[in-house]
Design a protein around this ligand. Sequence first.
Ligand code: MN
Length: 250
Amino acid sequence: MDKPFIGVSMSRDEQVAGAPRDWIRKTYILAVVGAGALPILLPNESQSLELLEYCDGLLLTGGGDFDPESFGATDEGTDYSGVSKTRDEMELAFIRAAERMAMPVLGICRGAQALAVAGGGTLIQDIPRVLLDSPLVHSQAEKRQQPTHKVVVEPQSQVAKLLGGSVVEVNSFHHQAIARIPRGYIVTARAEDGVIEAIENPDKEFMVGVQWHPEDLVGNSLEAQKLFAGFVESSRQYRERGQRYGTASH
Ligand SMILES: [Mn+2]
């Protein structure tokens, strides 16, 4: 049985010893493989848009902050880290292409924010500056596989069906969050301080973003495994419908 191909976006460090570098944490690869798919890494080069056409699903990974210009905002003077305009532009192009092809998309952390930005939404540039009274720490110091806060999931949503629960323990490595969701999307999970933790587009087969990092939780979280399994299953169906480039009508 052919395995679906999952295109996986990559982080970009603009300057490492004077040269840019595209890279990825291995847990994304292991989570994709563990769910029965094969990852195809998408470097931050325009040719990756061609490569994406051979994929059956798009996984948008976590990483550095979006340049506020990309969502029509000005720099509020927060401590941006890992900003790469190249990556911003590439991922927004990946999302537009995936939408055009009706390809399943799972956005993780920055990837969820990418879905919001691509659709015309906006981001909170720095959670601690906006939510002064929040008792939650969204930039956890604990190790990556350690859940540190709860999210409350909207019943009946795709995310609820995927996770199989209404309250889920998650990890948290973000100082930014989605402020305004794009038209067509709904918020499907929030932290207890109100921070948006998951969004989805109910008109699409699979267009889901989660603010936490399920790829680091798959070892000990059934919900995280189910999320990847559901995404890979949608990608398998996309492939079986003959939508992949080369087997589709074009
Ligand atoms: Mn969080």
